[in-house]
Design a protein around this ligand. Structure first.
Ligand code: G3H
Ligand code: ZN
Length: 285
């Protein structure tokens, strides 16, 4: 069923659990996320990044129509989120497509410019019924991202974070606590003490980006320390591409995409099921 991102995040936070947000690129990603969530019997967020919209020709509507059809008939609550946008004009497409939330990404800007741009985005979002996430403290690793304002190793400062949330009115805050986007090994070293201090400092849910680089144990600890929305993209792509590569290596003459996409989709289902189970169980030994 269709859920609101804000409700799923609030419910997870109240229960001391995490809520996974998976990045959709292809239809098979979306099918796998829904199937994995249903098998785990847990709600999840499906998110489409600005980069993915660009890949699909700059229009959100075609992919959004498929997502809606999948979500409406699902046995678990699922929300639709537009991820990492730098242009507010794209958020208008999110409203038209029935998405309930947007991540406005000004994280690479200097503090004052980030506050001004994000504050404007929040006003627009709330006037349009959109839950808005923003980023303070740059989570590096995005392709083509500007590297000037913050080095990838930078951390979000709790005092600055409290002021940022107050000044902008954001509904959730993405923070830099040791992750980096597009990691293909799960070796990120999280600053769990900083997560706890950020949780105490800001009154809104925290969001972890670049979560593919985080081990299951560290994901559980991050949730225990106060992380709520956990964004996972690359882990799906590792599973997808690995399955395709292995299949084509064994079957060098096949041309029907269904032959190799079936295995890719199944590999992504396993990632979704595993991650949602990890995040739903914060009481790790
Ligand atoms: O916003 C999307 C996420 O931060 C995903 O990052 O692809 O490194 O898991 P990832
Ligand atoms: Zn991200």
């Amino acid at each position: 069923s269709v859920a609101l991102t804000g409700d799923l995040v609030a419910d997870a936070r109240a229960a001391g659990r995490g809520i996974a947000a998976f990045n959709v690129i292809t239809l098979e990603h979306a099918e796998a996320i829904v199937a994995g969530a249903e098998e785990a019997a847990r709600p999840v967020i499906l998110q489409v990044s600005e980069n993915a919209v660009t890949f699909h020709g700059g229009r959100l509507a075609p992919l959004a129509a498929a997502l809606h059809a999948l979500v409406v008939s699902s046995s678990v609550p699922l929300a639709l989120h537009l991820d990492h946008i730098t242009q507010l004009s794209l958020a208008e497409q999110a409203v038209e497509c029935g998405f309930s939330s947007v991540m406005f990404d000004a994280g690479a800007l200097p503090y004052a410019e980030n506050v001004a741009a994000t504050g404007h985005a929040v006003k627009w979002a709330h006037a349009n019924g959109i839950w808005l996430e923003a980023e303070l403290g740059y989570v590096g690793g995005k392709p083509d991202a500007p590297q000037t304002a913050h080095a990838p190793g930078v951390r979000t400062d709790p005092v600055e974070a409290r002021e940022y949330v107050r000044a902008t009115g954001v509904d959730a805050l993405a923070v830099a606590v040791g992750t980096s986007h597009a990691m293909t090994s799960r070796t990120a070293e999280l600053d769990h003490d900083l997560i706890a201090r950020l949780k105490d400092a800001v009154g809104v849910p925290l969001v972890l980006h670049g979560s593919s680089g985080v081990s299951d144990e560290n994901l559980k600890r991050a949730v225990e320390h106060g992380m709520t929305k956990v964004n996972i993209g690359t882990a799906l792509n590792i599973a997808f591409t690995g399955a395709v590569r292995a299949h084509l290596a064994r079957n060098s003459t096949q041309v029907d995409p269904r032959r190799y996409l079936a295995g890719a989709r199944e590999a992504m289902v396993r990632v979704v099921r595993q991650a949602t189970e990890t995040l739903g169980c914060p009481d790790v030994a």
